[in-house]
Design a protein around this ligand. Structure first.
Ligand SMILES: [Zn+2]
Length: 88
């Protein structure tokens, strides 16, 4: 009976590890769509795992493409940094 308990525990651990590995190596396509709208705190944590799967936006001043989570929004326009956003 004790053997059965350990067996069940082992299966549970394997399932947990497999689930963890799947979420780490499979960047979800659903998050790409809402990346620009979600708060930056969540996007930053996702960014380290998914890398370049994030939505890219273009700077109004220098036309540089940057991840939406790193973009600076000013007057409904997108900029790559605060310096470009503050320039008139
Ligand atoms: Zn710029």
């Amino acid at each position: 009976m004790r053997l059965l308990m350990w067996l069940a525990l082992g299966v549970l651990v394997i399932f947990a590890l497999r689930k963890k590995a799947q979420s780490a190596f499979q960047p979800t396509g659903r998050q790409q769509q809402g990346a620009a709208e979600t708060d930056t705190g969540q996007a930053d944590s996702v960014n380290s795992v998914t890398g370049n799967a994030e939505t890219m936006v273009c700077c109004e001043r220098c036309q540089l493409y940057i991840p939406a989570s790193e973009a600076v929004l000013r007057n409904d326009k997108v900029f790559c940094c605060a310096a470009h956003a503050d320039q008139p």
